[in-house]
Design a protein around this ligand. Structure first.
Ligand SMILES: [Zn+2]
Length: 471
């Protein structure tokens, strides 16, 4: 009898070859010139899913979205658990950044680490479903999976999933599921397997402060009229008080304070702040809202972040003006029950009522924003995923963590109406979204194995077992 681990080991080298070929396709969704590559990446995945045995595979191209991949493999068992797997095959931009010492789209294996854009996020992690499925079949001696498996692999997640609603509407009942498995997140660190049970929401937009109709001479008018860029930075600085609390009225509505037990669990995580600061955070200090630890700030506190500022004269030499306009790009991470629409109103009021006479502000928002998402840590599906991950990592202890990032997951849960579990093995060392993205192969191997275990675990649970009893 072959175990899941042996089955993964037997297919792993070939799988790494497949992953490398896939990473070489520069499927950057943000770059219109790379549109054919996004299509090629979808076609590549579809072909590999067919080779794995998925009988029903489609590349979706008829909507406004960039090419996405749908695949379905029915179990053949009576009344099987139906699983929907979500991930993405597009990647973050990498061009024009000379900090890549390993070329982003010429994947390189150095030691047991695969370098390349997408090696981790998300081709490595969603690609693990190819070998995970093969290993599940081999270890169980089945010709079809023990659970119904449907995959939806999006082609524009890194561009904010602007058309996920169109995809969900187009596929409709084909996505019906008892549980959603997201393979686009990570674990606490390589030695500490963990399961994500929460993601922050997100609202992003741009603040514009308008002043004089034309640039004014700073000698003739300076000091006597309001300067829109001075006002911009004053307003931006006013978003936080000196203790790092966000000072926007009504901003904290819906934020849920961590309980003593939450705080205890967070403290129990093996977090080394110093190596976090000097390593992945690449900063010289940790700083944030007073009264909360770094992990709490990331996992359970909201943010008001200035992403960029522009306006006025920025060319060579000096130009002595009072400029017409100042602009800032802003983003807000949301937690608890914070509502994106209410946050947009609170932020708009804060700037509109706070601005000095003689200047005007307006805000432009990027889409509707994303609400925060929390999954039930006691749900049978969460426990099954903990067991699957634990089996791959040879441990009974799989911690539950929250991620600071945001994705289309809340929209998926709302549309499908099923519980969600996160199964991915990214770590902070993977440099996702940064130069020199990489994935350690031993972790990807465990990720493949965890998927194989999860299909078995969910099948053993059955549909009745997945319905959580409140007793
Ligand atoms: Zn991702």
């Amino acid at each position: 009898m072959t175990t899941e681990r042996e089955a993964v080991a037997a297919g792993f080298d070939e799988w790494v070859g497949t992953l490398s070929e896939w990473v070489a396709i520069p499927s950057v969704s943000a770059d219109p010139d790379r549109a054919p590559d996004v299509g090629a990446s979808a076609d590549f995945l579809a072909e590999r899913l067919r080779r794995t045995g998925f009988p029903d595979v489609e590349v979706l191209t008829s909507g406004p979205y960039r090419p996405a991949v749908y695949a379905h493999w029915p179990s053949g068992e009576p009344d099987p658990v139906r699983v929907l797997v979500y991930g993405h095959h597009d990647v973050q931009p990498a061009d024009g950044d000379d900090r890549w010492t390993h070329p982003p789209f010429r994947p390189q294996l150095i030691g047991d680490v695969l370098y390349g854009r997408g090696a981790s996020d998300d081709k490595g992690n969603i690609g693990a479903h190819l070998l995970g499925m093969a290993a599940h079949l081999r270890a169980t001696g089945r010709s079809a999976p023990a659970v119904d498996v449907t995959l939806l692999v999006e082609g524009e997640e890194e561009s904010g999933s602007p058309h996920i609603g169109d995809l969900l509407a187009e596929l409709g009942d084909k996505l019906t599921a008892d549980v959603i498995v997201v393979s686009d997140t990570g674990i606490f660190d390589a030695g500490t397997p963990s399961l994500c049970v929460g993601m922050r929401g997100l609202v992003a937009g741009e603040l514009h402060v308008h002043g004089p109709e034309v640039d004014l001479h700073s000698g003739v008018f300076g000091g006597a009229v309001p300067n829109p860029i001075s006002e911009l930075v004053r307003l931006l600085a006013a978003m936080h008080d000196e203790h790092g609390h966000i000072a926007i009225p009504r901003f904290y509505d819906g934020v849920i304070e961590p309980t003593d037990s939450d705080r205890q669990k967070t403290r129990a995580l093996p977090f080394d702040e110093h190596s976090w600061i000097t390593g992945p955070a690449a900063s010289r200090a940790a700083w944030g809202e007073a009264g909360y630890s770094t992990l709490e700030r990331i996992g359970s506190r909201p943010t008001a972040e200035i992403n960029g500022i522009y306006g006025g004269y920025t060319g060579p030499g000096s130009k002595t003006i009072v400029p017409t306009d100042g602009h800032a790009k802003l983003s807000f991470r949301l937690v608890g029950e914070q509502d994106p629409a209410a946050i947009r109103r609170a932020v708009t009021d804060f700037f509109a009522f706070g601005v000095r006479a003689g200047l005007t502000v307006d805000l432009t928002w990027e889409g509707d924003g994303v609400r925060p998402l929390y999954t039930d840590p006691n749900h049978p599906a969460t426990i099954a995923a903990q067991r699957a991950l634990g089996a791959a990592f040879d441990t009974a202890t799989v911690l539950l963590t929250r991620e600071g990032g945001s994705g289309p997951e809340a929209e998926l849960v709302d549309a499908i109406g099923a519980p969600m579990v996160f199964l991915g093995v990214m770590t902070e060392d993977d440099q996702i979204h940064a130069p020199n993205e990489r994935a350690p192969l031993p972790l990807l191997r465990k990720g493949c194995e965890a998927i194989a275990h999860l299909w078995r675990e969910l099948a053993e649970l059955g549909r009745d077992g997945l319905v959580k009893s409140d007793g």
